[in-house]
Design a protein around this ligand. Structure first.
Ligand SMILES: [Zn+2]
Length: 242
């Protein structure tokens, strides 16, 4: 509250995906109590406090959590406790179950997700907001997300490759650096390498989400979804070569 963030999150407890039912139940109930106390303690009118739906991968606990939080009337809702080791299909089932329980006119935030594919599927399920370490952490580790899939700059085949990381990207890195140069920086442990790879990954994520928003405004999100899935499947690993 004191920092003046635009959106702040209520406290929550996020158990691992393998936790037994009793542990998930206790964590979910604690999260609901914390949500109530956070709601009561929150004073600012120029700041949104979101509640966080927990409940692991257990449908009845998710449902109870969502209903209790919605009754507290938050300006937005987060779905937490996913992207903690569960299968993607399980995550999508939980989202399918929770989404209709949240008010239609309020923003939904899927915490800790994810890859471009995961974000696409989240948006398809009505999610508005995400946060994730992948674009920056993977950038530091030499992995690029591109329009043609992922590309590991450590790969020896890029040693003399004069092409930009992603020929379809207009970011600073793609306009000014070759794969060979980026590989050299990365292998030499030069911090500039981490900076340039991070710039590209963030640009790629922002551009992907911009195009997703545009497709929604134009009423053609399903076509966008099909096209993006197709290009990522068709070129799985091809960011690696083409
Ligand atoms: Zn780029």
């Amino acid at each position: 509250m004191n920092l003046g963030a635009d959106i702040v999150m209520a406290f929550d407890e996020c158990p691992p995906s393998t936790a037994p039912r009793e542990a998930v139940k206790a964590a979910t109930e604690r999260t609901t109590r914390w949500a109530r106390r956070s709601r009561e303690a929150h004073r600012r009118t120029d700041q949104w406090l979101f509640g966080i739906v927990q409940g692991g991968v257990l449908p009845d606990l998710r449902e109870k959590s969502a209903r209790d939080l919605v009754a507290m009337d938050f300006p937005g809702y987060a779905v937490g406790g996913l992207a903690v080791g569960e299968e993607r299909t399980t995550r999508e089932e939980v989202l399918d179950h929770v989404e209709p329980l949240l008010p239609r006119g309020k923003p939904r935030y899927l915490m800790g997700v994810g890859t471009p594919e995961d974000i696409l599927e989240g948006v398809a399920r009505g999610v508005d907001m995400f946060d994730c370490v992948l674009p920056t952490r993977n950038g530091r580790n030499g992995q690029l997300f591109t329009s043609r899939g992922r590309l590991s700059i450590r790969n020896a085949r890029y040693r003399d490759d004069p092409r930009p990381p992603d020929p379809d990207c207009a970011c600073y890195t793609c306009r000014t650096a070759s794969r060979a140069y980026l590989r050299h920086l990365h292998m030499a442990g030069e911090i500039t390498g981490a900076t340039l790879l991070t710039i590209h990954n963030l640009a790629h994520y922002l551009d992907t989400l911009r195009r997703m928003r545009q497709s929604i405004l134009l009423g053609r999100f399903e076509e966008f979804r099909t096209e993006m899935r197709r290009s990522l499947t068709a070129s799985a690993g091809e960011g690696e070569g083409s």
